[in-house]
Design a protein around this ligand. Structure first.
Ligand SMILES: [Zn+2]
Length: 398
């Protein structure tokens, strides 16, 4: 038998260890960027401040996860909320899930506002005002509460009908299926709530991109342009969706900044992610990991004989698993950086390598990315290789 208090102690120690583990690289990145401020141009100063504050907020995001665990679990608020509501049967359980979702989302709104105020607004990246931020917050709150209510109905019903040993794994499987549905819903239902998407206009650029797709042997449902310039000056592109819904989304800011040849190279990079199966591989392994963590938590609680309602435990798993999973971060970041190199290679073979290099250079400058990163910080957090290494890899293979 494991002592529940001992388990709590180990979990607390683990969370604090995570804060230290992520804190050290963030401090190193801060100092790495501060190294040369003597002969700094105003542009370089802005990039440094942007990079430093982003490093700080990387760590704050981890702290947020830990504080939410402390708030809901450490202070016993989650169990208290459940005890007060669960007497109402199914309606009570649903009320519990909804109240938790509202409360938790309100806590999670602090960081985006702080990020907007101290990073995006302060560094001149954001074009949103307080009204736009508030409207985004309200939409996130409504959306996440709806998702939580649906997830509650979908994944918690086994606890009402089956013994814990059967209900727990079944609820885990149902949650993974729910996540797959969310993966489908994101480009189709959720993203359009926040941004306007329109097909890329006919013309030289569209013809050029279509010719490139044909060379790659890929047919997309459409190439979409998103009105990101309403919110920010940052430029980007991404690939999303699976099967017939797959699409490349170009920021309108990207189209404004890059030449047609550069856009073609960026588009080839995004297609590379699709052709190499990066999305499927990443989200597939993410789902397996989550399921593994969920099953392990259920087994641990059963062995320890912790007296907790399975509904509370399922919500606790949602809070705990991301916060406890910090040792996986370097591995996940390294995978994503490898994907970026693979997509770059793909783009360099199917479009002009020189255009990809110049597109990257422009994007790094426009998005205030410092060309170099602290080694430890890159190892833990960087989902894209540091700019200098990425450009060097492209030039070396030329
Ligand atoms: Zn990429």
């Amino acid at each position: 038998m494991l002592d529940p208090d001992f388990l709590l102690l180990v979990a607390g120690f683990w969370l604090v260890a995570g804060l230290a583990f992520e804190g050290v690289p963030c401090v190193r990145q801060w100092r790495h960027l501060a190294a040369d401020t003597q002969s700094e141009t105003p542009d370089a100063a802005r990039r440094r401040v942007y990079g430093q504050r982003r490093a700080l907020f990387q760590w704050l995001a981890n702290l947020e996860g830990v504080l939410r665990v402390v708030f809901w679990l450490g202070l016993g608020l989650l169990a208290g909320l459940f005890d007060n509501l669960a007497v109402g049967g199914v309606v009570g359980v649903l009320g519990f899930v909804i109240l938790f979702a509202v409360g938790d989302q309100l806590l999670r709104e602090i960081l985006p506002w702080a990020r907007w105020w101290f990073i995006d607004r302060a560094c001149g990246v954001s074009r949103s005002g307080p009204a736009e931020m508030a409207s985004d917050s309200a939409r996130r709150l409504a959306l996440n509460t709806t998702i939580a209510a649906l997830a509650g109905i979908w994944a918690l019903w086994p606890f009402a009908l089956l013994p814990f040993s059967m209900a727990w794994p079944l609820s885990g499987l149902l949650m993974i299926c729910g996540m797959a549905a969310l993966f489908w819903a994101r480009p189709n239902l959720i993203d359009p709530l926040f941004h306007r998407f329109s097909p890329l206009e006919c013309g030289e650029l569209r013809e050029r991109l279509e010719a490139m797709m044909q060379r790659c042997g890929t047919r997309l449902e459409d190439v979409l342009v998103v009105d990101s310039s309403r919110r920010s000056n940052l430029a980007n592109a991404y690939f999303t969706g699976l099967g017939r819904q797959k699409r490349v989304v170009l920021f309108d800011t990207l189209i404004a900044h890059l030449s047609p040849a550069e856009l073609e190279a960026v588009m080839a990079h995004e297609l590379g992610h699709y052709r190499c199966g990066h999305l499927q591989r990443f989200y597939g392994s993410q789902a397996l990991l989550l399921l593994g963590g969920y099953l392990a938590l259920g087994a641990l609680v059963a062995v320890a004989g912790v007296a907790v309602s399975p509904v509370v435990l399922a919500v606790a798993a949602y809070l705990l698993l991301p916060a406890l999973g910090w040792p996986l971060k370097p591995w996940q970041s390294a995978r994503k950086r490898r994907y970026e190199y693979e997509a770059d290679d793909y783009a360099a073979t199917h479009a002009e390598r020189a255009a990809l290099v110049s597109a990257l250079e422009r994007l790094l400058a426009n998005n205030l990315n410092a060309p170099t990163m602290d080694r430890w910080y890159a190892a833990v957090f960087a989902t894209h290789p540091p700019g200098d290494q990425r450009l060097q890899a492209l030039r070396l293979k030329a």
